[in-house]
Design a protein. Structure first.
Length: 199
């Protein structure tokens, strides 16, 4: 009996900037995404992370924000209140972009760390479109990937502790698209890295 062929994965690096720790009370202010790679039974193929990208700045959904969180991105909530995309429109556009990019494949969101970005992304998708192109679990955490390959406890992992050759040469700017592209390169490097030989 021939082995069952699985659909390829389209790996999409996603970064978000928000003005607080959780969605709902606080707002996702920007969303950046970059097609990072394709993976199937024949292997892993990195993509040019600048070739297929998505970026939107969003209108805040509440008056609440944490000044320290807002300061990280440098985004102006007042400007976004008038110029930002309506969240429902932005999430529909993002869903369309993902589905178009992933024709014939299953999209997988990749983040570093994925937990924060996925929390906002998934909540916004369900809240404003009723569904997620990634399903409820199509999420890969690069921090966990590195910890596993390096044989380290997860909480011991930070970008500053990684071998330099794994890191992108791009700066981490806290602009969502810049960082999605940077993290797409990190992901490709992590997937190609054989890891640390364990004793």
């Amino acid at each position: 009996m021939a082995p069952r062929r699985v659909r390829p994965s389209l790996c999409i690096s996603v970064d978000i900037e928000a003005d607080g720790p959780i969605p709902g009370p606080y707002s996702m202010l920007s969303l950046g995404a970059s097609v990072a790679a394709t993976q199937d039974a024949d292997g892993f193929r990195a993509a040019d992370p600048e070739e297929r990208t998505f970026y939107r700045e969003l209108r805040p959904i509440s008056e609440e924000f944490v000044p320290e969180a807002l300061a990280v991105s440098g985004l102006d909530r007042d400007r976004l209140g008038t110029e930002g995309a309506e969240p429902a429109e932005a999430m529909r556009e993002f869903t369309d972009w993902v589905r178009e990019a992933a024709v014939g494949a299953q999209p997988v969101m990749c983040g570093y760390p994925a937990s924060y970005d996925w929390t906002f992304l998934y909540w916004y998708l369900i809240r404003f479109t009723g569904s997620s192109p990634f399903g409820h679990s199509g999420c890969l955490d690069m921090k966990t990937l590195y910890a596993t390959k390096a044989g380290l406890p997860l909480r011991a992992v930070a970008k500053g502790t990684m071998p330099r050759e794994l890191l992108s040469r791009r700066r981490h700017t806290h602009h969502a698209l810049d960082d999605a592209i940077e993290q797409a390169e990190l992901f490709a490097n992590l997937m190609a890295w054989p890891g640390t030989s364990l004793p």
